[in-house]
Design a protein around this ligand. Structure first.
Ligand SMILES: NC(=O)CC[C@H](N)C(=O)O
Length: 335
């Protein structure tokens, strides 16, 4: 039997109805333990020998660097000691894609790590958590998942951490990999990888010392955009700014001027887009070469922030080197 470690962090999958809730949708996340989750899924013990550990009990809006570092260290030590053939992380869905992307940047891909969650709490009609957990364990335990690294499994679908994003506030089909399509599909009977190399990334960054990443802000662009948020981010000591730009990662002339000034002060500036799909292209409307900006070839602003934090923590701040890492992370390397 394959051995799968289940690391629980909280979220709706561990959510339960509040005693006197006012709304049919209200619940408290992170109430159920890893053991409660496993016991709610008949047949799980036939897929793998399970070892469950509670790493945290938070709604993923409260996910933080400390929990990320403890997950990364735990999984590294399981990989080094050959203590598990696969890992499943149960997680709230709100920031699940950020945790998945962070782990994919710092972990060796040999041991598959599958993040899953739920859109409906355990106490809801037709809760989706039990099936998602079953399918996540199935993917983590499957020999074909070796070397695929970090993946996200919900609603019968296997996603790459690079492309997956939450697209709907409540629907169980919320996770989509629009730009590249999913890596594969899974159900109670079968696992089928339809893309074989989608989650392979060409680099693994060292996990930084300590348990905190450098400050990088996301600034959301809009019409009538001024420079106030950019200026205050710089005066608050941010090390990087990810622009969630309009269209092709763009913003107003006033904001661009403030970003150029930030860059001159040593702040890493990355142009991502608030548009869900598509890559930001270099030197279109904005002169990135002259301004020292980096563009995000498809990582959404939240994930672009994580990569920028990890690069700064690893002392990679020169725009050409940061650009190379963004290109590599998205399979868009130029050579
Ligand atoms: N569906 C969910 O998991 C959302 C619940 C909670 N906000 C979280 O992200 O953990």
């Amino acid at each position: 039997m394959p051995r799968v470690a289940i690391l629980a962090t909280g979220g709706t999958i561990a959510g339960q109805k509040q005693a006197d809730n006012a709304s049919a949708l209200s619940y408290e996340s992170g109430k159920l333990s890893a053991k409660d989750l496993i016991s709610a899924v008949p047949g799980l013990e036939k897929l793998a020998t399970l070892n469950a550990e509670q790493i945290a009990s938070v709604g993923s809006q409260d996910m933080n660097d400390k929990i990320w570092f403890s997950l990364a260290k735990k999984i590294k030590s399981l990989a080094d000691s050959k203590g598990a053939d696969g890992v499943v992380i149960t997680h709230g869905t709100d920031t699940l894609e950020e945790t998945a992307f962070f782990l994919s940047c710092v972990l060796d891909p040999s041991v598959p790590v599958v993040l899953t969650g739920a859109m409906r709490p355990a106490s809801a009609l037709s809760a989706d958590g039990p099936a998602n957990l079953f399918e996540a364990v199935k993917v983590a335990a499957d020999a074909r998942s070796k070397n695929k690294g970090v993946m996200v499994v919900l609603n019968d679908t296997v996603h790459s951490p690079v492309w997956v994003t939450k697209t709907d506030t409540t629907n169980v089909a919320t996770f989509q990999s629009g730009y590249s399509g999913p890596m594969g599909y899974v159900d109670a009977a079968d696992l089928h990888y339809t893309q074989t190399s989608a989650s392979q990334k060409p680099f693994t960054l060292p996990l930084p010392e300590g348990d905190a990443l450098p400050r990088v802000e996301i600034i959301y662009s809009h019409s009538n955009m001024d420079d106030q948020l950019i200026k205050s981010a710089v005066s608050n000591g941010t090390r990087g700014i990810v622009l969630a730009g309009v269209g092709d990662g763009n913003t107003s002339a006033t904001a661009l001027k403030a970003l150029e000034a930030a860059r001159k002060d040593g702040v890493v500036v990355v142009r991502a887009s608030r548009v869900q799909n598509g890559a930001v292209k270099r030197n279109v409307e904005v002169n990135d070469d002259q301004s020292g900006f980096v563009v995000s070839p498809g990582l959404n602003p939240a994930k672009a922030r994580v990569l920028t934090q990890l690069l700064i923590a690893n002392k990679i701040t020169a725009p050409d080197k940061v650009q190379q890492a963004f290109d590599a992370a998205t399979g868009n390397a130029k050579e």
